[in-house]
Design a protein around this ligand. Sequence first.
Ligand SMILES: Cc1cc2nc3c(=O)[nH]c(=O)nc-3n(C[C@H](O)[C@H](O)[C@H](O)COP(=O)(O)OP(=O)(O)OC[C@H]3O[C@@H](n4cnc5c(N)ncnc54)[C@H](O)[C@@H]3O)c2cc1C
Length: 400
Amino acid sequence: MDFEPSAAAADYTNRMREFLEEKVLPAEPAYEAWRAERRGTPQEWDLPPVVEELKAQARSRGLWNLFLPSVSGLSNLDYAPVAEVSGWSPVIAPEAINCQAPDTGNMETLHLFATPRQKAQWLEPLLVGEIRSAFAMTEPDVASSDATNVRTTIRREGDEYVISGKKWWISGAADARCKIVIVMGKTDPDAPTHRQQSMVLVPRDTPGLEIKRHLPTFGYQDQHGHSELEFHDVRVPVENLLGEEGSGFAIAQARLGPGRIHHCMRLIGMAERAIDLMVRRARERVAFGRPLAGQGVVREQIAQSRIEIEQARLLVLKTAWLIDNAGARRAATEIAAIKAVCPRMACDVIDRAIQIHGGAGMSDDVPLAYFYVWARALRLADGPDEVHLRTVARQELGRH
Ligand SMILES: Cc1cc2nc3c(=O)[nH]c(=O)nc-3n(C[C@H](O)[C@H](O)[C@H](O)COP(=O)(O)OP(=O)(O)OC[C@H]3O[C@@H](n4cnc5c(N)ncnc54)[C@H](O)[C@@H]3O)c2cc1C
């Protein structure tokens, strides 16, 4: 395995780093101030104008859709350091370069499974950053870490599918630019367990699709939202089926693999920014007659953080290499492993950075509190830690 960046990867990473430093990090205060003014109002989920400006600038720099190998020409290993840099500003930078969840996973799904007509209608505007999208699998009434539990029904009636059920934690659905929701439900409850589910494309403005509320994460409302949806006999034409009936489970598996590795790459970037802030603070802040960095216990926390970041990055690079060389299916155990490792690693590093900042770490003067919330959410989103550990254990036990 060779993790030396290719010429293309080094070039894109340098350009991404320049874009981050010159444009994205300086835009963070304007983004925050714009949203703070609208907190608690119906405009809370509107997009701060600075993001569209950043999107235009990123595109003119060639930093666009880099996550999709068939469009960008970058391998997963090439993309890893670029995504890592975007993790330094996880709210703004991924969207600025059109590499944000859940759209990336949805674009990948459409790229793999959509018909030419579905691609023209939904994939094209997503690839140019005109619209946004959501992916609706999780349900409030069943343990959704086991996707076979999904209860939403997709019933065929003539030339239409009729969808009924509840979903929640549907990221992106609060944003008015979200025009399409990929919905997973059951078309045939009598089929074998993994052939009961299908996916359909539901335009967000379809009658009967009700947005009940937008859920906070530890009190934070993300701009694009995480929403609870109800489908009251929502009707879409049969042409809106993705793939074939009964392929929903397989599509979900294909979708989540690359999405998980992208989250992990960005988590490493978040952890890098946290250790950067930790070190700056430890060198500047003086307590008991010397900078915090002079205290052995603080040095240990810094060292521990550096070691954990390097370990996680190596595992992510190995996984990216495996996907490139053997395919996502052969890398399933490694993908599960990094999804269990990276959010916990980031939580631990960010937590130490908060501690070293003292009270400031809990404030919004530094981005650490929000970083912690997002890293913590990723111990659940795209599957909780335990489900990924189960995959790794199954593989390990199977060896003996
Ligand atoms: C911020 C955020 C964004 C999200 N975005 C989306 C989205 O866009 N679309 C979407 O469909 N979903 C989304 N989710 C939902 C997320 O994928 C689910 O919350 C997750 O899959 C767990 O499902 P659940 O909440 O039903 O938990 P449950 O399935 O009820 O599990 C609860 C807990 O049980 C334990 N557990 C479960 N299985 C096992 C096991 N096999 N062994 C041991 N312990 C186990 C784990 O501790 C787990 O956390 C999001 C969640 C969050 C927090």
